[in-house]
Design a protein around this ligand. Sequence first.
Ligand code: SF4
Length: 67
Amino acid sequence: MKFPLTTQLVEEARRFGLRSACHDCFYWSAARSECWHGWPDEGQRRWPLDVADGATEAAFCKEFELR
Ligand code: SF4
């Protein structure tokens, strides 16, 4: 799912310690550097969220499972 990447989202993600990136997910294989389910992970790999790089969207995976 994609959401607008706003400064409010970035600030709240920082303040509340939001973790939603692949490297925080149970289904991420660090050894293989890919998702165990084979999902595309562009956007989801990127962390921390930041608007400084000109990005306008954030991606959140529906299958994310916090490890
Ligand atoms: S399930 Fe989603 S969040 Fe988890 S590793 Fe795969 S793509 Fe990333």
